[in-house]
Design a protein around this ligand. Structure first.
Ligand SMILES: [Zn+2]
Length: 192
């Protein structure tokens, strides 16, 4: 998962990018115990009469609320920062089954984030453009040449133009270009 913008690469220090990275590392697919540790969820006071199942349910509720809050803040970061947001239409459940990606993506969190972001973008009058995922990883964002690579290859190295980029950053640049091309194609050409 990478984000890129017209202004620069994914290394941009925007707070929501840093938070996204941290969020995915922490709550991606961590086990409950690890989540509690990583998120430093405040220890619940066990009230007398509360059975273990209720304690566990409360913990889950707190994690869910915390996730939701983080997702809303992230979505607001995107929507406030950009007029047009381009995303790749991905088969999330397929990605989660792939062990290379399972660690960095959580089906539920990702789907929830997409939904929240789309809603926020719509209410703010922003556009979210989903583009087909074909060749976004394989194409060179520098010269447009096709550079085939397996999923385990995490760095894009172009033998044609010499571009070296993180695999996801290269893909994100291609997605941005594809989305903007679609946005331009959709623009009314009349003089108004
Ligand atoms: Zn190239």
């Amino acid at each position: 998962m990478a984000v890129t913008s017209m202004a620069g690469s994914a290394t941009t220090g925007a707070w929501w990018m840093r938070r996204w990275t941290k969020f995915m590392q922490q709550v991606g697919v961590a086990s409950d115990a690890n989540e509690l540790r990583g998120l430093r969820v405040k220890r619940l006071e066990v009230q007398p009469g509360l059975i273990q199942a209720q304690v566990v349910a409360r913990r889950h509720e707190r994690i869910a609320n915390r996730r939701k809050g983080t997702l809303h803040k992230l979505a607001r970061g995107y929507v406030n920062g950009f007029d047009v947001i381009t995303v790749e239409e991905l088969n999330v459940s397929g990605m989660v089954q792939n062990h290379h990606l399972a660690r960095s993506i959580s089906d539920a969190a990702w789907s929830a984030f997409r939904q929240i972001r789309t809603n926020k973008a719509a209410s703010a009058g922003r556009r979210v453009i989903a583009v087909a995922p074909h060749f976004t990883s394989q194409k060179c964002s520098g010269c447009g040449e096709y550079v085939p690579k397996s999923l385990s290859v995490r760095t894009h190295v172009c033998p044609y133009c010499g571009l070296v980029d993180d695999r996801d950053v290269n893909a994100a640049k291609n997605i941005l270009r594809k989305g903007l091309d679609e946005a331009i194609a959709d623009c009314p050409t009349g003089t108004g």
